[in-house]
Design a binder for this molecule. Structure first.
Ligand SMILES: Cc1cc2nc3c(=O)[nH]c(=O)nc-3n(C[C@H](O)[C@H](O)[C@H](O)COP(=O)(O)OP(=O)(O)OC[C@H]3O[C@@H](n4cnc5c(N)ncnc54)[C@H](O)[C@@H]3O)c2cc1C
Length: 286
């Protein structure tokens, strides 16, 4: 289907981009990789009068790694993450999750900021943001603010962003050496959105798990963190019994809906299995 008509601007600075969004009263939209927005336009699910292209904003493109953690500029593409060898140690969970995003062509265009703002409940990056306690830095007409990932996702394709706000970067806390982690998802075909997925990690004290974080995607209207599953892991040796308890806690914690792809019961069992597999991988790491 042809796109609806719209005006186009390609500002050279962030303040100009914010200004353009702010003066169009919710009728303008940022465009980054266009991999979600362009289909939305084609299906008339969005009909902005102005597209504000962020591609000239070079400051939004870097990946910074420091003792505080990993900072991804909003215009970092999936491919930049895949190609950055530093992330193998600085954030292996992020790298493993992003390998599951779509196909090469989409990974070559799609961006971190676009994925967070689009807020697909089955998308990997929002799942990682929730699981890892990410901070999302944004700038709008009232200035800059930082939104915790836990407050950012408010429903399917719905976030805490106001129409004039642009995501600048996302900050993931530092990844200590020796952390155990796993990422698993199930999709009907390679590159499809996940029917369900799970990310998890924990640190260890005397062989027992502490600081467990578990998040899931594809089973609700937003990515979910699962505190009851984390409680089932913390303070325990992560053996088969602990993993089985975490799987059962996962199935009890989620409430998926029937849809055209799967029944609620199937998806509930599937996400339990994803958590089980992710934790088995985590426990098997040296
Ligand atoms: C065939 C196909 C398969 C896909 N499979 C997957 C998958 O398996 N997993 C997955 O996670 N994704 C998948 N995607 C989506 C892909 O990852 C998108 O690239 C991503 O969701 C959006 O990023 P984008 O840069 O393309 O954003 P755009 O499409 O440009 O924008 C998306 C939305 O974000 C807003 N936006 C963009 N940047 C900013 C910013 N910096 N600040 C504020 N708002 C902003 C736009 O206004 C728009 O509302 C798939 C896409 C396609 C076409």
């Amino acid at each position: 289907m042809k796109l609806p008509p719209f005006d186009y601007a390609c500002p050279a600075t962030l303040s100009e981009a914010v200004q353009l969004l702010a003066t169009h009263d919710g009728e303008a939209k940022a465009v980054a990789g266009g991999q979600s927005l362009v289909p939305m336009l084609a299906f008339r699910l969005a009909q902005p009068t102005l597209l504000v292209d962020l591609r000239k904003l070079a400051d939004l493109r870097g990946i910074r790694i420091s003792e505080k953690g990993v900072t991804l500029g909003a215009m970092v593409r999936w491919r930049d993450i895949e190609d950055d060898d530093r992330l193998d140690t600085a954030h292996p969970l992020l790298k493993a999750a992003i390998a599951n995003v779509a196909h090469y062509q989409v990974r070559n265009r799609g961006t971190v900021g676009g994925s967070l703002a689009h807020a697909d409940p089955a998308a990997e990056m929002p799942g990682i943001a929730i699981t890892c306690d990410a901070e999302i830095a944004v700038v709008g007409k009232s200035g800059a603010r930082v939104i915790q990932a836990a407050d950012f996702f408010q429903g399917a394709l719905t976030t805490a962003l106001t129409p004039d706000e642009i995501i600048v970067e996302v900050r993931l806390p530092a990844w200590p050496k020796g952390r155990r982690w796993g990422f698993e998802e199930f999709a009907r075909r390679r590159g499809d959105f996940a029917m369900a997925g799970a990310a998890g990690f924990y640190d260890q004290n005397d062989g027992k798990a502490r600081n467990a974080h578990v998040g899931v995607i594809g089973v609700a209207d937003r990515p979910l963190r699962l505190p009851s599953v984390e409680a089932a892991l913390n303070g325990r040796i992560i053996d088969q019994a602990a993993i089985a308890a975490a799987e059962a806690a996962t199935c009890a914690a989620v409430d998926p809906q029937d849809d055209i792809h799967a029944s609620a019961a199937y998806r509930r069992a599937l996400v339990g299995t994803m958590v089980e597999r992710a934790l088995k991988r985590a426990a098997a790491r040296q």
